[in-house]
Design a protein around this ligand. Structure first.
Ligand SMILES: Nc1nc2c(ncn2[C@@H]2O[C@H](COP(=O)(O)OP(=O)(O)OP(=O)(O)O)[C@@H](O)[C@H]2O)c(=O)[nH]1
Ligand SMILES: [Zn+2]
Length: 204
């Protein structure tokens, strides 16, 4: 088993993937399941468009967080306080219904000599967002990826999101927000650091 599959068990190798033709046929079956006629003019190209958009919406299976987190900087004039990137918007899909999750991630860490390029934090959110998810898993995965690659003194991740599977179907509650947090290191052991993270996330 290669390292990527071991560390990121959701990651599917190309050899496990069905052919484009098989994927398009599956879309035709679902269109028929929904009550449609996939041979009508407006739907002829739809299976090809859907499978193409799946590669984009689920592009996170082809990316590994350690690739984007590998590059770090040490020259920060001794800066060793919290770095927080907040309000990172993301779209994901819930693994139960394959329906969108729409939310924002707030990600902070306490550097230990090294810092990350700021865009790399947003890229990690992208990688995990573009997979089938539960919000809890995604929150923990972002924290763990930064912890493992940067070895900071602590990581704090908060995600706030609306689950369309709760809004458009099922219980049909629009506008409810789910909040999840993962704290490691100093954010876990020092209540003051955790409180400062919360205050900074909430400040406008
Ligand atoms: N914990 C957690 N649950 C989620 C997430 N996304 C969706 N769910 C829930 O997953 C559950 C799946 O429940 P099931 O009873 O197996 O499926 P269901 O019959 O479609 O459930 P309903 O949504 O209640 O109609 C639902 O309660 C969803 O709200 C998530 O990110 N985290
Ligand atoms: Zn769902």
């Amino acid at each position: 088993m290669d390292a990527i599959v071991k560390n990121f068990p959701q990651t599917n190798r190309d050899s496990d993937r069905p052919s484009q033709q098989e994927a398009e046929e599956a879309v035709r079956v679902l269109l028929r399941w929904a009550g449609e006629n996939p041979t009508r003019e407006g739907l002829i190209e739809t299976p090809a468009r859907v499978v193409k958009s799946y590669r984009e919406l689920f592009a996170g299976y082809d990316m590994a967080p350690e690739d984007v987190l590998g590059r770090t900087f040490e020259e920060v004039a001794g800066y060793d306080d919290m770095v927080l990137v907040k309000d990172i918007p993301f779209f994901s899909h819930c693994e139960h219904h394959v329906v969108p999750i729409i939310g924002k991630a707030h990600v902070a860490y306490m550097p230990d000599g090294r810092v990350l390029g700021l865009s790399k934090i947003a890229r990690v959110v992208e990688i995990y967002g573009r997979r089938l998810q539960t919000q809890e898993t995604m929150t923990a995965q972002i924290a763990r990826a930064i912890d493992d690659t940067l070895n900071p003194r602590g990581v704090a991740v908060m995600i706030e999101a609306e689950h369309m599977c709760m809004a458009m179907r099922g219980v049909q509650k629009q506008g409810s927000t789910t909040l999840t947090t993962t704290f490691t290191g100093t954010f876990k052991t020092e209540p003051a650091d955790q409180a400062r993270f919360m205050t900074m996330v909430r400040s406008r």
